[in-house]
Write a protein that binds this ligand. Sequence first.
Ligand code: 26V
Length: 825
Amino acid sequence: MPQKPIAYDVPTPELRAATAESIQAEILARLIYSIGKDPIVARPHDWLAATIMTVRDHVMDRWMESSRETWRTSHKRVYYLSLEFLIGRLMRDAMSNVGLMEPVREALKNLNVDLGDLINLEPDAALGNGGLGRLAACFLESMSTLKIPAYGYGIRYVHGLFRQEMSEGWQVELPEEWLAHGNPWEFERRESAYEVGFGGHVESVTDPDGEVRQEWRPNDHLMAVAFDTPIVGWRGARVNTLRLWSAQPIDPILLDKFNAGDHIGALEESAKAEAITRVLYPADSTAAGQELRLRQEFFFSSASLQDIVRRHLQQYGDLGSLADKVAVQLNDTHPAISIAELMRILVDENGLKWDEAWKLTKGTFGYTNHTLLPEALESWPVFLLERLLPRHMQIVYQINADVLADARDRANFSDAQIANVSLIDEAGGRRVRMGQLAFVGSHSINGVSALHTQLMKQTVFSDLHKLYPDRINNKTNGITPRRWLMQCNPGLTQLIADTIGPAFLDDIDRLKDLDGFAEDAGFQARFAQVKLENKRKLAQLIQDRLGIKVSPDAMFDVQIKRIHEYKRQLLNIIHAVAMYDEIRAHPERDWVPRVKIFAGKAAPGYWNAKLIIKLINDVAKVINNDPAVRGLLKVVFLPNYNVSLAEVIVPAADLSEQISTAGMEASGTGNMKFMANGAITIGTMDGANVEMHEEVGADNIVIFGMTAQEVEDMRAERTTPKQMIDASPRLHEVLETIATGVFSPDDPDRYRDLIGGLYEHDWFMVTRDFDAYAKAQNEVDAIWRDKTQWNAMAIRNTARVGFFSSDRTIGQYAQDIWGVTVPSR
Ligand code: 26V
C-alpha cells in the first residue's frame, strides 16, 4: 500500500545550540553512557568515539527532517551508485559543516584532550582507489549542500584500500583495518536487508491469464544488510544518507554439519557470503575480471535496486512513475548490471511489459564514464554471466537484439559499426561489454571534462553516439571547497575572509573578488606567509616520517596520485635526474632550490608502477645524500598516500604536477585541489587542465607538451623514439645513467627494461615530451625567482577556482541529467 505523505508540520529544526560547556557535558555523557568508560581511564579512542557521537547527535535532527521532507514533498530522489567512496575522515568535515569546531575544541581542552590529536586518530575511510571514489565522496557532500534528496549506495568493505609501506624502497601492501575500533558514524539497519541470489536457472511460468513470464530460481542466496552514514552539507543545509551494503549468510552456521563434527564446513557458507564485501579491489586501471568482482558488482546492484523499488512502491504504490521520481547515476560501468536487474524486477517480478520497462529503465539511469583506457573498460565472459546470472544474460541478449535492429534498420550501419555497438564482443571469447550496456540503458552518458567527452564521442562510443546522438554530454568534475579549502587550509580561509569578507564560504564564485588583490604587496605577503606555515607543517611531517630535512624556503614541487605510466611520474623523476646532473656540472649557477615530493599507490599487480616507486626511492637516496647537491634538490616519496595525507600536502604545494600524456587523464581532480590552495600548475593539455587553462588564463599556468591530437598522430606513425633520444644529449645521458644502474648499484639491470621501453615504443610519450617539460620547468624557475609574479599567479589560481567546485558540477547533473530542481540556498 502506498503511504500517504506524512502531514508533519515540523519546521526545519535549527542546528542545536552549542557552547563549550554544553558540548563538554554531552561528550562526558557519551563517554560514560555509550562507551562505558570512566573519564579517568578513558583512552584516546574512547574520547574519539564519544566526540564523534556528540557531533553525530547534532546532525541527527536534520537527518530525520531531511528524509521526512522528501516524503512530504514527493520530490524526486537521486541515487548515486558507486563501488567506491573515498570518504577519508568525517569528524572534522561534519564539525566544520555544522559550525561545531570551536565549541568542541574548547570542550575537549577543558577535558585535557587535544582536538587535533583526536582528528588524526580517526581512521581514514578508504573505500576507493583514487579519483573516481573521491569524486563520489565530494558529490555526496555537494548534494547535501545543494539540498538535493540523494542517497549514495556502495559496499561496506571490511578492508579498504591496502596500507602501503616501504621495504627498501619497494611498495609492500598490508591490510587496512578501518573498522578495528568500531565505526561510530554508521547505523546498522537490520530491517533493511535483502536477499540476493546467484546461479541456478530460469523457468518459464504461465500465469493464470495465459501470460508467459520468466522466473529466476537462484541456487545460492545471501543477505545484503544496510549500514547508514549521515552526510551533512555545508551549514547543515541537508543531511543525506550513504548506505553501504554488507554481505551476510542466510544461515550463520550449518548446524547439521557442526553436529556431525564438521566444524569448519559448518562455517563455509558464512565465509563464502562474507567474502563478497570483505575487500576493495585495489586496481583502478585494469578491469579485474575475477568472479568475486562480478559477484560484488551484482550483489551491490541488486540490493540497491531492491531498496530503491521498495521505497518507491511504498510511497507511490506503482512503478509507472519511477522515472519521474527516481534518478539513478552509475559511477562508471561497475554497477551497470543494475540495468538488467531493474528490467528483471520490473518485468519478471512486477509484470510490466518489456517496452514499458525499457522506457522506465532508460528514463531512470544515467551513466558516467571515467576512463577511455582500453584495459579499464569492463567486459565479462558470457559463460560467467550465464552461470552466475542466467536471467540477466537473457535480458542482455534481448536488449542487444533491439539495439542491433535499431542499428540495421534505422541507422543503416555497416557490419563493422554493428559489431561496435553490440553488447557482445565477439573477438576472442564472447564477452558482454558493460560500457555498451550502460550506454544503451541510460538516457544520459557523460564524460568528466570537455576533452574527455569529445574523445568519448570520437573513440569508444563513436558508433553508439551516431545511433543515439543526443545522449552524450559533458559534466566537468569538481571538488568540494569545504574539505579542500576551508577545512584543510584554515589559514588561507581566514586570510581570504579577512580580505574579501566571508561571502565566498557560501558562494565560491565570490573568490573572484581576490583577483583585485593579486598585485597587492601587503596581501601577497600574507598569502605567502600562510603558504610558508603550511610548508613548515609538511616539512615537519617529512622529517618525522622519513627523517629527511627539507627547507620550507625551497619550492615544493608535488606529484601525488595513483602511480600509472600514463600519469608519467617517470617523466618527473627523469627530470629530477637531469637537474641533479646539471647542478653538479654547473655548481656556480643560481639554482632554485626544489623539493620534489611524490606520493601514490601502485596496483599490486602492476609491475612497472611498482618499479617506478622503487626508482623514485633509489634516486632520492642518491640525490639526498650527495654533498655536491648542497641541498638544492631533494626527492621525497611519502608512503601510504590517502585523503588525510593529501589534506596536509595540498595546502603546502607550490607547484602542482599534472603531466599525463595528453588524451589519457579523463579529468583529474587533484589539479583542482592544488589550484584552490594557490599552487601553480605545470601540466599538459589533458583532462580538466584544458579548462583550468581557460579559467585561470594562459599567463597563470605553465602548459607544455604534445596535444591529444599530436599524440594520436605520433602513435599512428609508429616511429621509434630512438633517433630523437640520441639527438637530445641531455636526455640520452639521463636515460643511460638510470639504465646502467647508477641509481641501483645493488642490481644494475633493475631499470634496463623500463628504460628500454622508452627507446622502443614509448607509448606514453615520456621521451617525446621531455624537452618541452624541461623547458617548462625552467620557466617555472624563472617565475619563482620573481616572487611578485609567482604570488600574483598563485593568488589568481585561488581566485579563479570557483568553476571547479563540485557544487557547480552537481548543479549541472541535477538540471541536465536528473531533472531535479535545486532549491535556492
Ligand atoms: C576501476 C576499477 C576498480 C577495480 C576493478 C577494476 C577497475 C577497472 C576500471 C576502473 C576505472 C577507474 C577509472 C577512474 O578512476 N577514472 C578516474 O576518474 C576520475 C574522476 O572522474 C578522473 O578525475 C580521472 O582522470 C580518472 O582517471
